[in-house]
Design a protein around this ligand. Structure first.
Ligand code: ATP
Ligand code: MG
Ligand code: FE
Length: 336
């Protein structure tokens, strides 16, 4: 089965060709980061317009670098939510038009299921059931992946997503957008034990997360430095903040793995590209006899290859989408 996958949920226009769910023949990503940097974050209207400009070219490139023709494609997979409605609509409308013109089967894909499925690409032996920590720009969830495409949420953030916290703290210390990779890099020059930022626990909900208190603590720390007119060390702030986030993520993930008797753990989403999180998870899983899986950085952040993989498994389950497929900006995990 050859899938042509399309992803336009946020600020990456991406198309990929994926064979039998796990073999990526091409994965073209046109990022708009340089454009949105000017505004310190993604501007939805600009994102939609850019997707329209780029999508044809990106799809053509995905087909040509995979050395496949549109006729050879069996299935068209497209992200239909969650994300920015205008951005999603570009991909959805395009996929529907392609499907209509070529009579190829259409499968709408959940963006977050795509992030989880990114783990299947390079870890050929990974199969459900496993526990997945989803940490992206808009989501922070602990889910049990019971079967392909079957999820049970056991924990979630009560406020900010992990990626959002990275982006906000980066802005506060003047690193610009997107903040995650910049904090990751700057942290290497800092001392992670310099400032003891809070690790939030939520009473009665051991697998839930909260990052807004941590974000406020960082902002307060910066303010107090400014008031006392002491030079703040940005690298120490970045490293100590990152350590607080990673500490909570790793501790809760390992606890959940033990409580739910999962001996396989995976991570997904943009923050899964964080080098400290990856190292800490490798060590914690090794110490606890758990097999740990993670995607290469390019499959952590938004890309169409992961959508192709998710589309394949949805198709195998019998999912088919009609021409009434619509963008669903606030689609929840496990919903269709
Ligand atoms: P969602 O998937 O929830 O809809 P999104 O698609 O915008 O949101 P992703 O593309 O999955 O999010 O991830 C982007 C996020 O990942 C941003 O918040 C970014 O700062 C963060 N991120 C990317 N690389 C790193 C890194 N190395 N360390 C920490 N955070 C990172
Ligand atoms: Mg993005
Ligand atoms: Fe994403």
């Amino acid at each position: 089965i050859l899938v042509l996958a399309i992803e336009t949920s946020c600020d990456e226009t991406s198309a990929a060709v994926v064979k039998n769910g796990r073999e990526v023949l091409s994965n073209i990503i046109s990022s708009q980061i340089e454009l949105h940097k000017l505004y310190g974050g993604v501007v939805p209207e600009i994102a939609s317009r850019k997707h329209i400009e780029k999508i044809n070219q990106v799809i053509e490139e995905a087909l040509s670098s995979a050395k496949v023709t549109l006729e050879e494609i069996d299935l068209i997979g497209v992200t239909y939510g969650p994300g920015l409605v205008g951005a999603l609509l570009v991909g959805v409308a395009h996929a529907k038009a392609l499907s209509f013109a070529t009579k190829k089967t259409l499968v709408g894909v959940h963006h977050i299921e795509g992030h989880v499925s990114a783990n299947y690409i390079e870890n050929k032996e990974l199969e459900p059931p496993f526990l997945c920590l989803i940490v992206s720009g808009g989501h922070t969830h602990l889910v049990l992946v019971k079967e392909y495409g079957e999820y049970e949420i056991i924990g979630r953030t009560r406020d900010d997503a992990a990626g959002e916290a990275f982006d906000k703290v980066a802005r506060a210390i003047g690193l610009g957008y997107p903040g995650g990779p910049k904090i990751d890099k700057l942290s290497r020059e800092g001392n992670k034990d310099e400032i003891n930022f809070p690790r939030a626990q939520i009473e009665g909900a051991p697998y839930d997360f909260s990052f807004s208190g941590l974000k406020s603590a960082v902002l307060n720390y910066i303010n107090s430095c400014e008031m006392k007119k002491v030079q703040m060390n940005k690298a120490d702030i970045a490293a100590s903040f990152q350590e607080a986030v990673v500490d909570v993520l790793v501790t809760k993930t390992i606890m959940a793995a033990k409580d739910f008797h999962m001996n396989q753990v995976a991570i997904a989403g943009g923050v899964a590209a964080n080098s400290h999180l990856r190292e800490a998870m490798v060590a914690a899983c090794r110490d606890n006899g758990i097999s740990f899986y993670y995607p290469s950085p390019v499959y952590c952040t938004d890309n169409a290859a992961m959508i192709g993989t998710a589309a394949y498994y949805e198709y195998r389950k019998g999912t088919r989408s009609g021409y009434d497929l619509n963008a669903v900006p606030n689609l929840k995990i496990g919903e269709r």
